[in-house]
Design a protein around this ligand. Structure first.
Ligand SMILES: [Zn+2]
Length: 175
């Protein structure tokens, strides 16, 4: 195999990692660098309102840890700073989540629900079934529903949803 591939989208060399090829392949055999994978995944989320992402624990910064300690005085509030995130496969697209909250599932045994602000500045919900996977099935929530409003309130409080982000998304839609 060649040492590095060239991205079919942007023409840059794909940077090979220790355990990764440095590119993703679509069904036609085109190769895309991780940056372009992120752009495509973002566009696809905005377009379809759905995504298959991976749920993982984040590495928290010192500031966030301090913030979390402050928050953790109330029951369940610690998780609301976004201790977890959902990402695309190369990790070039990331969204901090509210949750996961653990529930039970009749086949998988357990389920983990998360909520986050997607690339469209809208509220999204994701669910992972069972403990032996990180795959998280994500869906955009109805914009004016109660769940979406709750998620947006949380996101505003922790600084994930800002006026700047909303006007940036609005500008992209107009363009
Ligand atoms: Zn590229």
């Amino acid at each position: 195999m060649a040492a590095s591939a060239v991205c079919d989208q942007c023409g840059q060399a794909c940077v090979k990692g220790d355990i990764t090829t440095g590119y993703g392949i679509d069904e036609d055999g085109n190769r895309f660098c991780f940056r372009c994978c992120g752009v495509q995944d973002r566009e696809s989320m905005v377009e379809t309102g759905r995504a298959v992402l991976y749920l993982a624990k984040r590495n928290l910064s010192d500031g966030e840890l301090a913030h979390g300690l402050m928050f953790s005085v109330g029951p369940g509030l610690g998780r609301r700073i976004g201790t977890h995130e959902v990402t695309n496969w190369p990790g070039s697209l990331r969204f901090r989540t509210w949750g996961p909250t653990k529930g039970s599932h009749n086949i998988a045994g357990s389920r983990y629900d998360v909520w986050f602000i997607g690339p469209d500045a809208e509220a999204w919900w994701g669910v992972q079934y069972g403990d032996w996977t990180q795959i998280c099935h994500c869906k955009r929530l109805k914009s004016n529903g109660d769940a979406a409003q709750d998620v947006k309130r949380w996101a505003r409080r922790v600084g994930l949803l800002t006026d700047r982000l909303q006007s940036k998304v609005a500008a992209r839609v107009r363009a």
